[in-house]
Design a protein around this ligand. Sequence first.
Ligand SMILES: [Zn+2]
Length: 313
Amino acid sequence: MTCDLTDKIFTDEEAARAHFEALRWPDGPICPHCGTIGEATELKGKTTRPGLYKCRACQKPFTATMGTLYERSHIPLHKWLLATHLMSASKKGMSAHQLWRMLGFGSYRTAWFMAHRIREGMRELFSDESGPLGGEGKTVEIDETFVGGLEKNKHRSKRKHRGTGGVGKEAVLSLVERRGKVRSHHIPAVTAANLRPIVEAQIHADTHVMTDEGGAAKKVGSEFAKHSSVNHSAGEYVRGDAHTNTIEGYFSIFKRGIYGTYHHVSQQHLKRYLAEFDFRYNERIALGVTDKMRAAKALNGIVGKRLTYHQPN
Ligand SMILES: [Zn+2]
């Protein structure tokens, strides 16, 4: 079920706060000063701001947004919830201009900042992710693609690249487990030396690795005990189980977003856009993730999960 954009959490600050507290504190308020869980009293009254709690262990006051971006940014929490929901649910991404219009708030610059901060939160979720893709009986497809530049708009003679090469563009390496997750990386160039450390660290040694005939990916893929490749340049796309259709499908979603929604992505920010598309793919409906669950996960990324809490003595 999709989330209703008229939900009060997107329009009302009080409802937004209650929603955020429930997500952030499933076991009751957590004191950011001493780490005590579920031992706080909400201070209610005309003189205190809503959502202010007092820790019964250390006696200090706190709120659910204390120490987070939501407190520092001075943007209403319900606008953050709306922006996060919109970006989590839009399959092809959402430009800062579109986000600005839909938020009905702030400036273009504010919307741009929010969009980038939400992407960064999606990226932080992955840095926590442990363990390699694949394993016994599983298949991971590896391939590279090139994005950026406006090569197609340049006169033929001025284009820096020919054919399918990537000169003047940014190189992206993706690893996709079939019926599983994707991990994408912005790499300086497509060489076996650049691919190898990523592939070795992120793909389980017992995985059946699938590549096309492209030099570097095939070279690194062939270092696995189980490796297959298809020869696209010879017109071969599927040979039994050997194909790279999963990763081609992923690249096509990513490119429709990059060229259709964002038009241009700078080298500096490419890793954030990759995180955004990886995030939506990994938290997709086919894996049982609803729009609501996906947005909740993105909010966690923004708050940061590195804070560690302990139970009261
Ligand atoms: Zn405390």
